[in-house]
Design a protein around this ligand. Structure first.
Ligand code: GLC
Length: 622
């Protein structure tokens, strides 16, 4: 029998040389490295039996998260069920949605009014009082594990709240704690940074520094002024934050979302984004995870252009994050809805599909943040669309200012000088459910539901983990009450973070309601997805020519089957001339042969073909 520390020693031995090399390269500090290794051993020893058993199972099956059976949902605990105990009590609803991956939005202690939706953490080991306790969190994690639900939590590592103990001690003048942040006596160095560092929140929190009159110093604050950037050039910061990460892992959290990870290393004269040291830090965290809690995954929040995103997977020999958000695809989908032109989406998917298949993406239509229009503007320029006017068109379309627009929502960080803005709204509101409901427009509602379902069908057609924003499954629309809340009113992201409308759930069983139609269609798609191996990451995914700029044509070739996905992004009827025999998975009817597939605006087809089919089709306007 192996002794209780042998597993740790063996795992550490696998990574020791590389870990030490990288640590010394950054910090050149043997003592701190030895201290880190001791710390890791402590967390390993504290890790409970059930989690170690899970580690062993997942080590034996490292592909466990790459199938097509995982379905995610993200939610604010308070908005969904009041507190952690409430979430535990409502797990039956979560399960009825088919969800087996649950992302709970930040829930660690965060000061009211200065919380950035929980992303300003004052204590990494204490749950927000109104949501419960760490014991409740651990109990919920246990319960989820028993029920086969993986739990994801944010690890807000770029900054702490100004109320965090380190920040308070720094503010009180303790040099040791000031060294954990970026403190400057004069404006000289901050000004140099400002020359090269872009701003995250240009209108709500301009500048990357905040003047602290009581201390007589400037402190770096890349996000809100109450979020102080941590200085990872200080090894104490790295060690301590690693312990905070392992604390979450030992609570039973399966997926750790590395919040704002591209920002964690700062260097004068650079943009302070995606610097090589960031990759060193993430690589070290990956190795540390593999030593202490290999059942835990790292999900990187990298909201950047595609070339900056993929490097966060690391390499096959030296992996970094297990999963990343498919952010550009998400933004490009909405661009496609507004323009009815699938060319950019096709190009974006070609890029994604050319990446190694072991790269696992998290796919989503909406999350808790705004949609930034981070599109491939070089390509759009070739087609006559310039960045600023195009962003303005998208924002006009989605705020409902254009005549043919059905979407409702609000701008975020609208910069009157650069005329740049991002967008906020729920999926249903963006698809037209809100407007059609308000106007009593039955035809508009039909179309809105079809668009909503089609976009989910598109998302679910991709490999990786699809994640639904809680409320989207029942078509929840925008919540304008945030405007009356002085703590929220300046941050329009709260428009799509409303309290979950439990009354909508009752309609799921009422035939013909928006909720019944959406919920049941989504369930059907999700079930089909879980049943077909060609949705898994190992399948070959490709885009095909549809012959029509309004229609996207995708194909997935698995080991035993070929699937096609045809998505009509236009507001017109289309007719697909389909030459291969196949079955429409949603209806079970035959498609193809000599027949034609007639598609209404926003219709889609998920088709199953024979193993050798090339599945070429052409589309024309009906
Ligand atoms: C991430 C979060 C966002 C937050 C920011 C700062 O981007 O998704 O909500 O404002 O980090 O922590």
């Amino acid at each position: 029998m192996k002794g209780k520390n042998d597993v740790f020693t063996e795992r550490l031995a696998v990574h020791y040389d590389e870990l030490k090399w990288l640590y010394m390269e950054l910090y050149d500090d043997e003592t701190r490295f030895a201290e880190l290794c001791e710390g890791l051993r402590g967390f390993f020893e504290d890790r409970k039996k059930s989690l170690k058993a899970l580690d062993a199972r997942r080590e034996a099956d490292p592909e466990w998260y790459r199938g097509s059976g995982l379905l995610g949902m993200m939610m604010y605990v308070g908005q969904f069920a009041g507190n952690l105990k409430g979430v535990a009590e409502h797990l039956d609803y979560v399960k009825s949605c088919g969800v087996n991956y649950l992302h709970l939005m930040p829930l660690m202690e965060s000061p009211a009014g200065r919380s950035d939706g929980g992303y300003a953490v004052a204590d990494f080991r204490k749950v927000q009082e109104e949501l419960g306790t760490v014991e409740d969190l651990e109990a919920l994690a246990d319960r989820c594990r028993e029920q086969g639900i993986s739990l994801c939590l944010d690890f807000v590592m770029n900054h702490t709240s100004e109320d965090h103990e380190w920040a308070r001690r720094a503010r009180a003048g303790e040099k040791e704690y000031q060294d954990r942040y970026f403190f400057y006596d004069s404006w000289e160095i901050p000004m140099k940074f400002e020359k090269t560092v872009p701003q995250v929140f240009p209108t709500t929190a301009p500048g990357n520094f905040t003047w602290l009159p009581d201390v007589g110093k400037h402190v770096m604050t890349s996000f809100y002024p109450y979020q102080w950037d941590l200085n990872y050039a200080n090894p104490v910061v790295f060690n301590e934050m690693v312990y905070n990460y392992l604390f979450l892992a030992n609570m039973g959290i399966d997926v750790i979302r590395l919040d704002a990870v591209p920002y964690i290393w700062k260097e004068l004269g650079t943009t302070c984004r995606n610097l090589p040291q960031v990759h060193t830090l993430v690589r070290m965290m990956r190795m540390i995870g593999e030593v202490v809690c290999p059942g835990t995954l790292l999900l990187g929040e990298v909201v950047m252009e595609p070339v900056k995103v993929a490097p966060y997977f690391g390499t096959v020999e030296k992996p970094e994050c297990h999963m990343l958000y498919n952010v550009t695809t998400m933004a490009t989908v909405w661009h496609t809805v507004a323009t009815q032109d699938v060319r950019l989406l096709k190009k974006q998917l070609d890029t994604v599909y050319s990446l190694p298949r072991e790269y696992t993406f998290l796919n989503y239509l909406r999350c808790h943040d705004d949609i930034g229009w981070g599109l491939d503007y070089d390509t759009l320029a070739e087609w006559g669309m310039q960045q600023i006017p195009h962003k303005q068109f998208l924002n006009d379309f989605f705020t409902g200012r254009l005549e043919d627009s059905f979407s409702r929502g609000e701008l975020y960080n609208n910069d009157p000088i650069t005329r740049d803005a991002r967008f906020c709204g729920t999926t249903a509101s963006m698809c037209g459910v809100e407007k059609a409901g308000f106007c009593g427009d039955a035809h508009g509602m039909e179309r809105a539901i079809r668009l909503d379902v089609m976009l989910h069908a598109f998302m679910l057609f991709q490999a990786g983990i699809p994640v639904i924003y809680s409320g989207d499954e029942v078509g929840q629309v925008n919540d304008y009450t945030y405007r009356d809340d002085p703590e929220k009113r300046l941050d329009s992201r709260y428009i799509h973070r409303g309290a979950f409308q439990w009354n909508l759930v009752k309609n799921i069983e009422k035939e013909g309601t928006v909720q019944e139609r959406l919920f049941k269609s989504l369930r059907k798609l999700e079930t089909l997805r879980a049943e077909h191996e060609a949705f898994e990451t190992h399948a070959k995914a490709e885009t095909c020519e549809s012959g029509d700029n309004g229609v996207l044509f995708l194909k997935r070739t698995g080991k035993t089957e070929t699937l096609i996905g045809i998505f009509n992004f236009s507001r017109e009827w289309k007719e697909t001339v389909w030459t291969e025999d196949g079955t429409d998975l949603m209806t079970g009817e035959k498609i193809g042969g000599d027949g034609k597939v007639c598609m209404r605006p926003y219709d889609f087809v998920w088709g199953l073909l024979g193993p050798d089919s090339c599945g070429a089709g052409t589309v024309r306007e009906a």
